[in-house]
Design a protein around this ligand. Structure first.
Ligand SMILES: [Zn+2]
Ligand SMILES: [Zn+2]
Length: 206
């Protein structure tokens, strides 16, 4: 972790934004470190991030790189991958950062068993403590490891994903709520929002 790129104070602020300190956030901080070193931060949307999960790391990426959901320069693809691509609008050049399997896949059977038990019958106090220690060790390792031990980084070429556009809103004829035209559905001549479309479609099939 290079303090000249992301200071310990910025790390503290990132943890404050996310609400807790965890291995996933640490990973996002290390990804952001690469991005800031290469492109600088993006207060005016010249940088676009494509994230392939919606987990803890994405909070660090939003907070530190300036690529945010609300500005439309953070796009989410629901691929379940710890992978991040950043494009610079001006040049069309980009980088793709992907977690290494050694880091991304849990290989410790005892830890796997603990996580399974936590999701099922739950853990006793000693087991909770053990799990917390594991997470803290993992978080520290991620913060301190050389970047190339954590992920692979390769150059990618555009096209740069398009800037968010303002869309006209229509009114759903079932619930009466406004919905972006691009997300509306037609059903037997009626304009519906996605949840109302899904409800009527399921009823129709069922
Ligand atoms: Zn977290
Ligand atoms: Zn509706």
């Amino acid at each position: 972790m290079d303090e000249n790129i992301i200071s310990s104070d910025m790390v503290r602020q990132t943890i404050g934004f996310h609400g807790h300190s965890c291995p996933g956030l640490a990973f996002g901080i290390r990804v952001a470190e690469q991005v800031l070193a290469r492109f600088g931060s993006s207060r005016d949307e010249e940088l676009v991030a494509v994230v392939e999960n919606d987990m803890c790391a994405v909070d660090a990426i939003q907070f530190l790189t300036g690529c945010t959901f609300g500005k439309g320069n953070l796009l989410f693809l629901d691929y379940g991958k710890n992978a991040y691509t950043f494009y610079q609008r001006a040049t069309g050049s980009g980088i793709r950062i992907v977690v290494r399997p050694e880091i991304g896949c849990l290989r410790d059977d005892r830890l796997k068993a603990l996580l399974r038990k936590k999701a099922g019958p739950g853990l006793d106090a000693d087991e909770e403590q053990l799990l917390a220690e594991h997470r803290e060790q993992r978080r520290q390792r991620i913060m301190e490891a050389p970047a190339d031990e954590l992920f692979t980084l390769r150059e990618v070429a555009g096209p740069v994903p398009r800037r968010a556009r303002v869309m006209e809103s229509l009114v759903c004829e079932s619930c009466g709520e406004p919905v972006m035209e691009s997300r509306s559905r037609r059903f037997f001549g009626r304009t519906l929002c996605i949840p109302c479309f899904d409800a009527v479609d399921n009823w129709h099939r069922g």
